[in-house]
Design a protein around this ligand. Structure first.
Ligand code: 0RA
Length: 640
């Protein structure tokens, strides 16, 4: 929209600019991936990415991010400050061009400032267009320059707000996302942002990221002198490691390859790949290069030193990755990603360079540290043998469970409806809760499968052992899909699979296990949106004949307030377990589609659970205890 008063001062080029910003507002999906909570977080990443770029260029070592109570966010850095000089053709300050022109971020004024252009790379202008308001302050040349924008448009020309010493420079940006675009009661998630900033700090050695959440008065600082070496140490903090972290960093043709490797005694593989500080969850050429370097180097080393006999086959990639924790982080001036949504690095030269750089240095590392070399090879040999044995056992279990799936488990209380689009399976923890659920459900479309907590005790169990557990076998046959390579979603007997566990530590524990199981062996079920988590209430609050339920602590306080009577006359009971609820209460609060809330499980939730599983099932007791103590009170939160 161009206002009447603006018309005189806006020439054709400006109108083009406004049309550009309108395009962003009309189709936010094309620029930030949608208008959901994920896209909302993308706005913050986009802004912080710019400051990270300034840090990667070597001009900034401090970045501050603050979430304010009104949901506006401030990002400041001590970089050189976005240039404010007048662009010779456009006759506008560079800053204003960056803020209003799509893709103007890249290069201007002769020098390029972005290492990235990144995955997002949509630039500040897209964030600006999607913000109700955006205020920016640039400190450079001894002055504070200031401009405010509303829905992408400047409300006044760039002004000078004050004087400062010449050597003080930086950029400070505050924006409030526009609720006309992001409709819904969105809140930034502290845990999600923390994870992102931690990763950014790890892969940008020497930068400090200060993160403060004024909504809850939480704050954190991230600074890692060791870069990705610290990252690997952090990932392995609860694991027994076989050797100190191996690290290599090298620049080849303007591309920096940074890799760190450490083996542990666990079974899982934790390998993460970053491109220009972005966590490329779908991998790509840097990850492929790292993996083939490791497999090749280990095989060469083992052969050369007689640790693999001539008659032995080479280690497979999987054999060399059990217990492997590694990070590869590349900085590329022109990264190519597969698509807007697939976070996968595609530059082919990166594979060659990564393989060369890592292969050469890791080979030397093994030669120079023969005892480390030996212990890594020993681990690979064990993995190779275990893999062979496990494969046989798993085939047997899968074959058996395929047979068993012909008969439904005895404890399943099935529903009468047969159309999976209409049915639901509640996986319920414990027999007593199972009893309430069986009585409370609508037996027409809701089936109940009670699980006993026993599966929890299988400490240090590999998942293939857990698959042999009777409770788990019952679950697999009730679902009707098979598992692993035999998984077939078309066999799914229930359109919604709902995990319903107690709001306590055991509940969190069993939920983590189930999520892990689904994540590793039945992923399409999650991807296609079939898996949910039930949300039982924490409290029952009654006053005379009125009964209300509270699902959070905050809910509880509000409801008590709403009753508007003396708290002494209110009866408050905390539900410790589902079994404490009578069937009617369970129906009303948790199972009735009209009144319940279900959380849809996403792949990220399940991946996070998978990481947590490692810790819960691992040998190290202190982290497990710490987890239990921290999460006992907030088990309804999925971000465990
Ligand atoms: C281009 C050139 C110069 C700095 C920046 C961009 C810059 C951008 C952002 C975005 C957030 N923080 C930033 N800090 C710096 C430097 C030009 C010069 O001084 O030579």
């Amino acid at each position: 929209m161009v206002h009447q008063s603006d018309i005189n001062s806006y020439d054709a080029k400006d109108i083009q600019v406004l049309e550009g910003l309108e395009a962003v507002r009309r189709r936010p999906g094309m620029y930030v991936g949608g208008t959901d909570i994920k896209a909302l977080h993308h706005l913050v990443y986009e802004v912080v990415d710019n400051s990270i770029d300034e840090a990667l260029a070597g001009f900034c070592n401090y970045i501050e991010v603050i979430i304010h109570p009104d949901k506006s966010v401030t990002v400041s850095d001590n970089g050189r400050g976005i240039p404010v000089d007048i662009h010779p053709e456009k006759k506008k300050p560079a800053l204003e061009l960056v803020m209003t022109m799509l893709h103007a971020g890249g290069k201007f004024g002769g020098g390029s400032y972005k290492v990235s252009g990144g995955l997002h790379g949509v630039g500040l202008s897209a964030v600006n267009a999607l913000s109700e308001w955006f205020e920016i302050e640039v400190m450079r040349d001894g002055k504070i320059h200031f401009q405010r924008y509303e829905r992408g448009k400047p409300v006044a020309p760039l002004e000078i707000k004050g004087k400062i010493p010449k050597n003080v420079t930086g950029t400070k940006q505050t924006f409030l996302f526009d609720t006309e675009i992001f409709k819904g009661d969105f809140e930034y998630k502290f845990a999600t942002l923390v994870q992102r900033f931690r990763e950014m700090a790890f892969v940008t050695r020497g930068v400090t990221i200060h993160f403060a959440d004024e909504r809850t008065n939480r704050e954190m600082n991230f600074y890692f002198e060791g870069g990705i070496t610290s990252f690997v140490r952090y990932l392995n903090r609860n694991r027994k490691v076989l050797h100190p972290v191996f690290h290599v960093e090298k620049e080849v043709n303007g591309i920096t390859i940074d890799a760190a490797i450490q083996y542990t005694d666990v079974y899982a593989e934790s390998v993460y790949a970053f491109a220009n500080t972005i966590n490329t969850i779908d991998g790509g050429t840097h990850l492929t290069g790292l993996r083939s370097a490791i497999t090749r180097t280990i095989n060469d080393y083992a052969r050369k030193n007689g640790l693999l006999k001539d008659s032995d086959p080479n280690f497979s990639g999987d054999d060399t990755r059990e217990g492997l924790t590694a990070i590869v982080s590349v900085k590329h001036p022109d990264p190519q990603f597969e698509s807007q949504t697939k976070v996968k690095l595609m530059n082919p030269e990166v594979q060659t360079y990564t393989q060369q750089v890592v292969g050469e240095a890791f080979g030397i590392f093994l030669e120079e540290n023969p005892s480390i070399g030996k212990s890594i090879i020993k681990k690979c040999l064990t993995s190779a043998r275990a893999r062979d044995a496990a494969r046989k056992a798993r085939d047997l279990i899968i074959r058996k469970s395929a047979l068993e799936s012909l008969t439904l488990p005895g404890k399943l209380a099935d529903c009468s409806e047969r159309d999976p689009d209409k049915t639901e399976l509640y996986i319920v923890e414990g027999d007593s809760a199972g009893g309430s659920a069986k009585q409370g459900r609508d037996r027409h479309f809701q089936a109940i499968l009670p699980l006993r907590g026993k599966i929890l005790n299988t400490e240090r169990a590999r998942l293939d052992k857990i698959l042999a557990n009777n409770e788990v076998k019952a679950l697999i046959s009730a679902l009707g899909t098979g598992i692993g390579v035999n998984f077939d979603v078309s066999g799914l007997r229930y359109g919604r699979v709902i995990i319903m566990t107690d709001a306590d530590v055991d509940g969190a524990h069993i939920r983590t296990l189930l999520l892990t199981l689904f994540f590793r062996y039945m992923q399409p079920l999650i991807e296609e949106g079939h898996l949910y988590i039930a949300q039982p209430p924490l409290y029952r609050i009654s006053y005379r004949k009125q009964i209300r339920y509270a699902y959070t602590e905050n809910d509880k306080d509000l409801i008590i307030q709403e009753f508007g009577v003396s708290p002494d006359s209110i009866k408050l009971s905390r539900y410790k377990g589902l079994g404490e609820m009578n069937p009617n209460q369970l129906w009303d609060t948790t199972m009735n589609p009209e009144s319940r809330t279900l959380l849809l499980v996403t792949i990220e939730d399940a991946a996070e659970a998978d990481r947590t599983f490692d810790m819960l099932m691992g040998a190290a007791v202190p982290p497990r205890r710490r987890f239990i103590q921290t999460h006992a009170r907030e088990v309804r939160n999925l971000d465990i």
